[in-house]
Design a protein around this ligand. Structure first.
Ligand code: ADP
Ligand code: MG
Length: 684
């Protein structure tokens, strides 16, 4: 027999006792690959095995832990494994029968005379006590003593497996190396990592558990803040910039046919004073859909242009870039700014002309997609960089764009309201302007939900709006009819609609279409030639067609709350009453709750908080998509105080050692590099 090498923190779980290829694969699905990741699989809850109750005290319906001796076992009628196993047990206070269904194979699990622990739901019929299918263990088993962890599972892994593996892993030398710097441990009075990990899995008592939990939550929030600060520092918060002063923003504001809202004016002031300062601007503008972020961006661009500098405006999709190009040309052109568009799908000749204009300075503002950050693009003198819908861009991409200039000012715009509670964690040091006021005269959007039976009513309303000369969106969760899913596809809806309403001009739009086709469809919808646009969520971001007054969303249950709010923001951009019609395809409680939230409020921040509450912080915005690790114990909403404490500790540490290059911080640095994979790719 080959003797295995001693285990270490990086040993694969398959090196552990009792873990074959199948179990290793199942553990992998829990994100457990080695000893270290095993120990980071924290319990979801605990069972307090110290509080076994006497059988005589059990009432009907109780869920309880009982420690009892087995008297005898018997099998019910039937065949083999399908038979019911009856175990008669007794403690000092009385008797209890324990039933396991389809458990013939367990016959040999219980030995008469031995003590076992049973945890489960109790039935008490006139003193006859029965427990059904409890979780159980031998009382002598070490794991039934004290407070026992309950882990998240997948099939192929049992609680017993995990408890056993955890115990083994905790004995592996160096399995829980300390990664927080001494200075942080001391100033925050935190317990050591090894102690914390041991007590989060097998708490010695309540106090040790609290200490352990506090330290681990702190650590998660501290890691997160430190990584975010690191990524921003590299991006250049606090870096020296140039002072950009001109009358451009003023000129632009005076040229507008409307006056800015209070929130817009405030944001423009914040932006222009950042630009005037000799520190580089690093500001986020947060504003709900329709709040008028574009005007703020345009004011900033004009401020740069009048100072003799160029501006770049990057949007995540071609459609959006095209739309911004049109508005910038319309709004800034008359003020003398020359605007060019640069996208990946442009003809070579157009592209070359745009590149030349950007390079020789004959273009003042370049609007485009990722194409703006490609190799061949060089600016004469780029002073201001704006990215729209920033959650689609990584820090890295923004950095690339700003590297095209000499310390340009950076403005990031987002229509996704971040709950204030999360903003503290995510942005901390970043300067934020909030546009929390809609332009005047905008009618609120009437939002209604419909079940399958009300679908006709929803369409009736849509048709009457179309007859009155307005336009409508119909959004479906997917393009084609994938057989495995129930729900309506854009293609199916399109075919149905055309057949049912031959007199109405409608068009289909989805992400798998060629760019030129998409553009053509959008163009015909914008121009009013097409009345009904049937699409997937490609229209989610930024599209602006003021004559569209209806947004009908099919299979609402398949969309997230924030996404639905975004979609709704596509209508109500003109002076007509607008409608958002939510057609639910099933009767999911969560979907109903989401729909009710939308019906009751239009405040993006309220919706974001609700979304956060419903989905939990771990899932919010799909953390992984943003390059952030999953939070296991920390909840930024519930642990606000700790968020602040951890944030301050992170700032203190980085002010002393900005790149974490000192030897005493090396462990933390490498932990962060591993945890975040690529700190530069964080997209928040
Ligand atoms: P978003 O914040 O979603 O990008 P936009 O900038 O596209 O919003 O603005 C939405 C619409 O509101 C545009 O048609 C714009 O011209 C108009 N708008 C913006 N600010 C004002 C204002 N202060 N008064 C009236 N209309 C405004
Ligand atoms: Mg916008």
């Amino acid at each position: 027999m080959v003797k295995k090498a001693p285990l270490g923190a990086r040993s694969p779980v398959s090196d552990m006792k009792g873990v074959g290829p199948k179990k290793a694969e199942a553990l992998g699905r829990l994100g457990i690959t080695d000893v270290r990741s095993l120990l980071s699989h924290f319990p979801r809850s605990y069972e307090d095995m110290r509080s076994a109750r006497p059988i005589s005290s059990l009432k009907d319906g109780d869920k309880a832990l009982v420690k009892a001796r087995v008297l005898l076992t018997s099998l019910g009628r039937g065949f083999g494994a399908k038979r019911t196993l009856r175990v008669l047990t007794e403690d000092d206070s009385g008797r209890m029968e324990v039933l396991f269904f389809k458990a013939g194979f367990m016959m040999k699990s219980f030995r008469a005379g031995e003590e076992y622990c049973f945890f489960g739901k109790v039935k008490n019929e006139n003193g006859r006590v029965t427990m059904f299918h409890p979780s159980w263990a031998e009382a002598s088993d070490a794991e039934t003593a004290g407070i026992v962890p309950v882990y998240p599972l997948v099939s192929g892994v049992t609680q017993k497996d995990l408890r056993k593996l955890m115990r083994e892993a905790l004995e592996v030398p160096g399995a829980c190396p300390e990664e927080l710097p001494e200075s942080v441990l001391a100033s925050e009075k935190l317990c050591g990592r090894e102690y914390a990990v041991r007590n989060i899995h097998f708490p010695g008592d309540e106090d040790r558990f609290s200490e352990a939990r506090y330290r681990l939550i702190f650590e998660e929030l501290f890691d997160l803040r430190t990584a975010l600060l690191l990524s921003k520092d590299r991006f250049g918060a606090g870096r020296k910039g140039r002072s950009i002063i001109s009358g451009g923003a003023e000129r632009f504001i005076e040229s507008l046919p409307f006056s800015l809202t209070g929130a817009q004016s405030r944001s423009v002031k914040e932006v222009t004073s950042d630009m005037a300062s000799d520190r580089a601007m690093n500001r986020l503008v947060q504003g709900d859909v329709g709040s008028g972020k574009t005007a703020v961006a345009e004011a900033a661009l004009m401020q740069a242009v009048d100072a003799g500098l160029q501006g770049a405006f990057m949007a995540p999709t071609e459609i959006l870039a095209g739309q911004h190009y049109e508005s910038l040309k319309r709004d800034l052109g008359p003020l003398g700014a020359r605007v060019v568009l640069l996208t990946g799908s442009m003809k070579a000749s157009e592209r070359n002309a745009a590149l030349r204009a950007i390079a020789d300075g004959s273009a003042d503002v370049a609007v485009g997609t990722h194409a703006l950050i490609s190799e061949g693009v060089s600016f004469r003198d780029l002073g201001l960089v704006i990215t729209d819908e920033q959650h689609r861009f990584g820090v890295n991409q923004r950095k690339k764009l700003s590297e095209k200039g000499a310390e340009p000012d950076v403005l990031v715009m987002t229509a996704t309201p971040i709950p204030r509670t999360l903003a503290v964690v995510l942005y901390g040091d970043l300067d934020v302007s909030v546009i929390d006021e809609l332009p005047p005269g905008r009618k609120s959007i009437i939002t209604r939900k419909y079940g399958e039976s009300g679908r006709k009513d929803a369409y009736r309303l849509l048709l009457s709006e179309v007859e009155a000369g307005r336009q409508a969106y119909i959004v479906a969760p997917f393009i084609e009819d994938p057989e495995s899913l129930d729900g309506r596809s854009a293609e199916q809806l399109y075919a149905e609609f055309r057949k049912a309403h031959p007199g109405i001009s409608c068009a289909l739009l989805h992400g798998a279409m060629k760019q030129s086709d998409k553009d053509a469809v959008m163009e015909s919808f914008s121009s009013g030639e097409v009345s009904v646009l049937i699409s997937t969520v490609v229209i989610e971001v930024g599209i602006n067609v003021p004559n569209a007054s209806v947004m009908l969303i099919e299979n609402t249950e398949r969309f997230g709350l924030a996404q639905l709010h975004q979609l709704r923001g596509r209508v109500g951009r003109g002076s007509d009453q607008a409608y958002c019609l939510l057609v639910l395809g099933g009767d999911s409680e969560i979907a109903e709750e989401r729909a009710d939230t939308l019906c009751s409020t239009s405040d993006g921040f309220v919706i974001a908080e609700k979304d956060l509450e419903m989905r939990g912080p771990g899932e919010f915005f799909g953390y992984r998509q943003h390059g952030l690790p999953q939070l296991r114990l920390a909840d930024p909403v519930r642990h606000v105080k700790l968020v602040e404490r951890a944030g301050r500790a992170a700032e203190r540490l980085l002010s002393e050692d900005p790149e974490l290059g000192r030897p005493e911080n090396a462990a933390l640095r490498s932990r962060l590099d591993e945890l975040f994979v690529n700190i530069d790719s964080i997209t928040i």
